[in-house]
Write a protein that binds this ligand. Structure first.
Ligand code: NAI
Ligand code: MG
Length: 358
């Protein structure tokens, strides 16, 4: 089989350490299946900015264009000019029109203790997919930006085309994901014109999926529902800004930002997979970062881009089993050994190897 090309962005802070663990998982997949992976080193972010004055060098972008998928860690350093590193990730999302940002939030049975709501009723657990619009809104830098010392503006722009494609995608996920039925739309239609267009398109499109139940929430109320009844959500579809914020809140329901993966998807193009967290400078270099978000991002890549559902399910099972045996410090549990980033990755890789061998 011709090797699959994965462009790899090592990134900043804890990022190279967690990317190493993501590649470890791909290496195990290559060892036991017909898949072969070729890694293309495509630096982006703060470290490369310091070297070449550009946080998304043209050469890296060209390597990504030649790849079948992109594996991205995180970017951002405390001593960089404002926004420099973030421009790299937003630049990749825009360049490849990765208009879907998928953020699955799943509480593993073996790690229910990590959920900050564990002492409350959490029903049959937490299992939702946040489907965030990833190409428009405030982060798209369309519509102009003004910043002086006295005044600053950002213009929120949404188009019918942009709204429709993400809402259709959300309904498709609800239709095709076992156990998922409902689509919840989150907006701020009581205040924002963009949200009013969003809400009317949501209702119009919902008519085409008449068998799928829907509900709408204003984003402020949704934030409290997410804490109050997180087990009620299946697919949550929302705009770029709200999606960014509620997905961090949702991820913390798993006890650490280090647990949640994300996919920046172009269903007809090149997609990028990453953990949802940032470069975590507060723990960089200590060997304690949780690699599970990145490992689950690799799982998401195998499922979404390569349609390898069986291998993807085995990665998830390997994580589920590992959480019963050891933990990184952010999700540590009394009675279980505390593992370093590399030890956690090794244990998951070892379990995955056994599952793939069977
Ligand atoms: P962050 O997500 O890096 O960290 C927030 C908190 O979560 C910190 O206490 C951190 O230690 C913890 N954390 C994050 N990932 C973890 C992991 N894998 N294991 C254990 N604990 C983990 O967010 P913060 O501190 O706001 O941002 C740091 C830098 O990252 C900034 O420069 C920011 O702009 C950038 N950033 C980059 C993103 C990306 O590249 N996609 C996304 C979000 C932030
Ligand atoms: Mg974020």
């Amino acid at each position: 089989m011709t090797p699959i090309k994965i462009a790899v962005v090592d990134g900043d802070g804890i990022s190279p350490a967690i990317i190493r663990e993501g590649k470890k998982i791909l290496d195990v997949v290559a060892r036991y299946t017909s898949f072969q992976f070729e890694y293309l080193d495509a630096p982006a972010g703060g470290e490369v900015y310091k070297q070449v004055g550009d946080s998304l060098p043209r050469k890296s972008l060209e390597l990504m264009e030649q790849s079948d998928a992109i594996l991205f860690g995180a970017v951002g350093l405390p001593d960089l000019p404002q926004g420099v590193a973030e421009r790299a990730i937003l630049g990749i999302r825009q360049h490849f029109d990765q208009f879907v940002n998928l953020r699955p939030i799943k509480l593993f049975n073996s790690a229910r203790d990590t959920c900050p709501l564990k002492d409350r009723f959490i029903g049959d657990g937490i299992d939702m997919i946040i489907c965030r619009e990833n190409s428009e809104g405030l982060y798209a830098k369309i519509g102009g930006i003004l910043r002086t010392d006295e005044v600053a503006t950002n213009l929120m722009v949404y188009t019918k085309k942009g709204i429709d494609r993400i809402i259709h995608h959300a309904f498709t996920i609800a239709r095709n994901t076992p156990g998922f039925t409902k689509v919840t739309s989150v907006d701020k239609a009581n205040i924002l014109a963009c949200s009013q267009l969003w809400r009317s398109r949501f209702h119009e499109i919902a008519k085409k999926y008449a068998d799928i139940p829907t509900e709408d929430f204003y984003v402020d109320a949704f934030c409290q529902w997410l804490i109050r009844k997180p087990y009620k959500c299946d697919v949550v579809v929302t705009g770029n800004l709200f999606g960014d914020i509620i997905s961090d809140e949702a991820a913390y329901l798993l006890g650490s930002l280090g647990m949640a993966p994300g996919g920046n998807i172009n269903p007809d193009g090149i997609s990028m997979y990453e953990p949802i967290h940032g470069s975590a400078p507060d723990i960089a270099g200590k060997g304690i970062a949780n690699p599970i978000g990145t490992i689950l991002a690799v799982k998401l890549m195998l499922a979404e881009t390569f349609k390898e559902m069986d291998v993807a399910a085995m990665i998830e099972q390997a994580v589920e089993e590992t959480l019963d045996e050891g933990r990184t410090v952010d999700i540590q549990k009394e009675g279980l050994p505390t593992l370093s980033t590399g030890e956690m990755g090794n244990l998951i890789a070892e379990k995955l190897g056994k599952l793939l061998k069977q």
